[in-house]
Design a protein around this ligand. Structure first.
Ligand SMILES: [Zn+2]
Length: 396
């Protein structure tokens, strides 16, 4: 919601008036260089919508404010120029509506367009979120990164490296939404005050590493553009791409990282395929390159890569993982009921490379259980299992 500044107003006063932390108001108006505001300037108040309201017989500003537990001045602010003694029934006024529920929902399929639309809606309601593009997919889709909070410690989560595992995107999107709700309504999540983490962690989230693959798995070859012929050939002529794992040109993005890549190259497919092909060389694909560049620049203290399925947590690589990785994995195990597994006969994955290069905790979390793609009716349960682990990524 945007309001127009009046004589004498300050951002701190808006924080009081709407019961929103000043930090969030400052970060929602980041283009400003100072806390000073000018009369008639437009200021964003996060977590609120401006709603029309038609006055009924006998209603006044005062009764409308009292009925909604709003300060009277909030109505004056939203309705400049309206004289409260001149109001008559049928007149339309603006009232501020605090958003107390999630705005995103997970329906049958969660494709790239849905994610982008949800990100835009989140950004409008919570302008303290920062959104950047980390690069473009083979089909030139921009791959967004969302940042929440600030602080020396930087934490990174990502999802949907693998096309058919697209349910991991709404897991992260829902987490972003819940995080914002918790901040603006001052409600704890599982007893945890997220405001502390907003001040002390910079959380980076890339909800969909492989947008072309996700759209292929959901919509089929018609979205494949110049790669339509290739994907149909690799899929043996079948129009059902729901089990596709790779990117649009048949490279497995989580088999692309320079961490014993040669082992996978030697034993995995030698040509593009719907899964497992490690590519001609490490980081040959724009999507894996984009996430590697982000990680090289990000100085992340830990990373979580969400995959499906199996209810397992992988946290080791060749003994390079630090002791705190064991602590973090044990906490993730405790809050989810998933099984933490240190070593695996698997190389060239994102978390392998992260552990090898930085010797910091890198976890692959295999969310949920069942056949790919996991059905969305399991979403609420998988979200609850994942939520505790994402929180652990902030507090451990
Ligand atoms: Zn996966």
């Amino acid at each position: 919601m945007r309001v127009s500044v009046r004589e004498g107003d300050t951002l701190a006063y808006y924080g009081q008036l709407f019961d929103v932390p000043l930090r969030l108001i400052l970060d929602s108006n980041r283009e400003r260089s100072t806390e000073q505001v000018q009369v008639k300037e437009k200021v964003s108040i996060p977590g609120y919508l401006k709603q029309d309201y038609t006055l009924k017989v006998g209603e006044t500003f005062w009764s409308v404010a009292t009925d909604r537990n709003l300060p009277l001045d909030a109505l004056f602010l939203l309705n400049p120029g309206l004289d409260p003694v001149e109001l008559s029934p049928g007149e339309i006024i603006y009232i501020p509506l605090r958003v107390t529920k999630r705005i995103i929902s997970v329906d049958e399929h969660y494709d790239y367009k849905t994610m982008m639309s949800d990100l835009n809606r989140l950004q409008v309601l919570y302008p303290f979120l920062r959104q950047e593009s980390i690069g473009r997919s083979v089909l030139r889709k921009s791959i967004p990164e969302i940042k929440v909070g600030q602080g020396q410690q930087k934490v990174h989560f990502n999802g949907a490296f693998h096309a058919r595992e697209w349910i991991t995107t709404p897991l992260l999107m829902t987490f972003i939404n819940d995080y914002c709700l918790s901040l603006t309504t001052r409600r704890n999540i599982r007893g945890i005050n997220l405001a502390y983490f907003y001040e002390n962690r910079e959380l980076s989230i890339v909800p969909m590493v492989n947008p072309d693959g996700v759209d292929l798995a959901i919509h089929g070859a018609k979205i494949a553009g110049d790669y339509k012929g290739l994907v149909l050939k690799l899929n043996e002529g079948s129009e059902d791409f729901s089990k596709w794992k790779a990117n649009i040109r048949g490279v497995d993005l989580n088999n692309q990282f320079p961490a014993k890549w040669e082992i996978e190259q030697a034993r995995k497919p030698k040509e593009p395929a719907s899964e497992d092909y490690p590519g001609e060389r490490p980081l040959s694909e724009p999507e894996s390159k984009a996430i590697a560049n982000l990680t090289n620049e990000g100085d992340f203290s830990r990373v979580f890569a969400l995959h499906t399925q199996g209810r397992e947590i992988y946290w080791g690589f060749e003994g390079s993982e630090p002791q705190e990785a064991a602590t973090l994995a044990a906490e993730c195990e405790r809050v989810s009921g998933y099984k933490a597994i240190q070593n695996l006969d698997s190389y060239a994955g994102y978390k392998d490379w992260f552990i090898q290069e930085w010797r910091r905790p890198g976890l692959t979390i295999e969310c949920g259980e069942g056949e790919h793609p996991l059905p969305t009716d399991q979403f609420p349960r998988i979200y609850q299992e994942t939520l505790g682990q994402l929180l652990a990524g902030l507090y451990v």
